[in-house]
Ligand binder design. Sequence first.
Ligand SMILES: CC(C)(COP(=O)(O)OP(=O)(O)OC[C@H]1O[C@@H](n2cnc3c(N)ncnc32)[C@H](O)[C@@H]1OP(=O)(O)O)[C@@H](O)C(=O)NCCC(=O)NCCS
Length: 155
Amino acid sequence: MKSADKAGTATIRPASDREAIRRLLDSCGLPTADLAADPGPRFLGAFKEKSLLGTVGLEIYGETALLRSLAVDSGHRGCGLGRRLLAAAEREALNQGVTRLYLLTTTAEAFFRSRGYRGSGREEAPEAIRRTSEFSTLCPRSAALLFKELSAPAA
Ligand SMILES: CC(C)(COP(=O)(O)OP(=O)(O)OC[C@H]1O[C@@H](n2cnc3c(N)ncnc32)[C@H](O)[C@@H]1OP(=O)(O)O)[C@@H](O)C(=O)NCCC(=O)NCCS
């Protein structure tokens, strides 16, 4: 069965199994050191039955949020799951009153730029974002800081 067929029926919903998330992020080379923080990021997952195929996290600070840990299992890439997870996280952030979403990336800048994200100087980042573990310790200083203004789709 082709990968696209396997992932096509995946559903996206809140994910709470931190160990499964940790395993997936580890396998994708993304940071996990702060997953146990309290309250910690909230995660969405892409599930095929009970299997976690992809994930994305949000750390919300009022009208600003950090999008992090976007990862799709290597056997299920290239069939739209990353795009769907990102769109679902943006919808969730908007529903929570977030108007500006930030992220750090060393590996997928072009992916995010093609979805409306623009570069920001690190010094321009809001204090809440600068205080996150990803910003202050876990991501290298060479990581690109990107942001996107969120707005509700026209009715
Ligand atoms: C980045 C990632 C989540 C994309 O997931 P995916 O399910 O393969 O993405 P999609 O199938 O929705 O891809 C959509 C498009 O993005 C492109 N794309 C995928 N990964 C990309 C990357 N790393 N850089 C640039 N473009 C990328 C695809 O080619 C595709 O292009 P198209 O629409 O022109 O065909 C996945 O590659 C991944 O888990 N990478 C490892 C972890 C990582 O780097 N995460 C980002 C850190 S914040």
